[in-house]
Design a protein around this ligand. Sequence first.
Ligand SMILES: [Ca+2]
Ligand SMILES: [Ca+2]
Ligand SMILES: [Ca+2]
Length: 642
Amino acid sequence: MIKKSTSQSAFFNVRVLIGLFTVLAGVVLALAGFGAFSAQAQQKARIITDSTNPLVPAGFDCSQIHALGIDRQDNLRAGAIRIACGEAQGGSASNFSELMQQALAATPLAYGGADINLITGADTGSHITQSETFSWRNPDNPNEIVVAYNDSRGVFASPINISGASVSTDGGTTFTRLTRATGQSPFSNTFGDPVALYNKPTGTWFAIFLDAACGGQGIGGYKSTNASDPNSWTHFCIHNGSGDDRESGWADNNPSSPFFGRMYVSWNNFSDGGSLRVRFSTDNGGTWAERQLAPASPFTRDVQITGDLATGTLYVAGMNEGVNGGLTNRFNKIYRSTDGGNTWTNTFNGSQFPGPGVTTCPNTYFACMFTDTGGYWRHMGWGEPAALNGVVHYVYASRNTSNGDAGNIFYIRSTDSGVTFSAPLQLNTDATTRPQWQPNLSVSSGGTLFAMWYDARGSANCQKGNTAVPCYQMWGRKSTDNGATWLPDMAFSDVMSPLPAQPDPGIIAEYAGDYDYASAVVADHITAWDDGRIPVSGQSQQNTFFDKEPAGAAGIPCGDLVSFQARCKHTPNGDKLQARVTLTDTSHSGEQVTITVDGNPNSVTINGNTATLQINNEPLGQHTVELTDPAGCFAPVITNCN
Ligand SMILES: [Ca+2]
Ligand SMILES: [Ca+2]
Ligand SMILES: [Ca+2]
């Protein structure tokens, strides 16, 4: 085991040597596994002898990129190897002749509250790329939230460190980016692909990344019982691997579950060509058992893993990306385990759908959402599953091949534990052909669902890095009945963001984060995203931002309500429809009720002891106004606008 260093002294040199040894050992093993010297190597031979990037092992043979599956991996190390071999370009700064830095217009809050910037501390120079998030909350202390993400701050540090996390101790009002005295995160010698889990039986946080000290490119990370202290995190391994990629994770924190306390990690193992695998621990992370869900061929991408908040049944969302990826058709796949990860069944294979995107990326295996710099914002349509009481939910993205719309967000729902799914419901209801992409989803134990995605309906075009061109905003959509019906889609982030640049030369140019993982273990849906509103050196660039959406009114009894009123108020500027719920006290402040007008539900947040809805310019005539969540407390109110 490698001990944790508390200073910048000569111990670093030892760690570099150990790291180099494990990386080389991993590559040699991987080469042996592939019969690397067979005739299949078509690429021109080039051995990396002059690596300046710690992600790229000296002695690496560039002709092996395809054989090792590096062109299908989405992690930052695979990208750096392709940069070093001349197959990809790193990021660079963009220059604009006119830096018309305009104030971005705020739009009314709809879902969520104030957006929180997770990147505290210095964010200057070129190693400033933060994106790809995983949000999780301590169920025993809801004030404690950890969001893990990729952070290029230490891409050229020794040891390398491109993993980060920000911690809140006040329920998500403020966050601090974990930073040790070294200027780096606690997650030394790791390569990103973030997962953050809380193990309830031991009160321990697990921050999980691709880890050099676990076999070269295996899965490991750091754990802590005091997440906000950057010096408290200690190293562990989950899987010693040489070609692990894109892991996901889930922890069963329901004391009523037969599998309470188990932790799960899914990933693709490219040391055998990309098989889909899961490891699980029944002893709070001490040891890990392994199962294969799908073989390397046909390739099934590990999208995300989740578990049923009530029953503990596990679901892995996978994707068949077509033989050559790019803009070809995709197939969603669901794998299920009803025995705590011991055995797995492929329960669902969806119909084909067109992958999102406008072009292939510079690495043509991947699709990109924008044409900037030869293809930007790699995205294959991956989303996130969620499950509660045998109902399984999944969101993903697909393009419309008939009208040129590069992406829309779709939702499918299973009421038989992942065997059959509903026809896709398009969650974004805009009439534009602008892109929506990279959605995430969470379900609360009370049965509310919240989906969130990147949405460019508010812009006519985007320009990578240009602060004067607002591009996208985070939008969301909520269900208060476990996915049976949905409230309107509305904005979630507070302002439109420019399309951020990716200026770090150590990270491939097309990278903008591959996923965001949301969760809802207690009263809120918590989620984070890649946001470009904060410029550095006059250029929009990637920061991770956070916001939360209250889980809803589940559990507000009629006895806590005093009255429900509705009226139409005539003004010279048009009629306003107003409705008000009054509660006995302020104990439900911050939760939400649903007020339905002529069949259209509106989610309204309780402020103090009242929840107030106002709809401007309500059409003349009779309207039916009803409190539908909680339901059955009051008769509907009929009001006339005239
Ligand atoms: Ca940044
Ligand atoms: Ca669209
Ligand atoms: Ca917001």
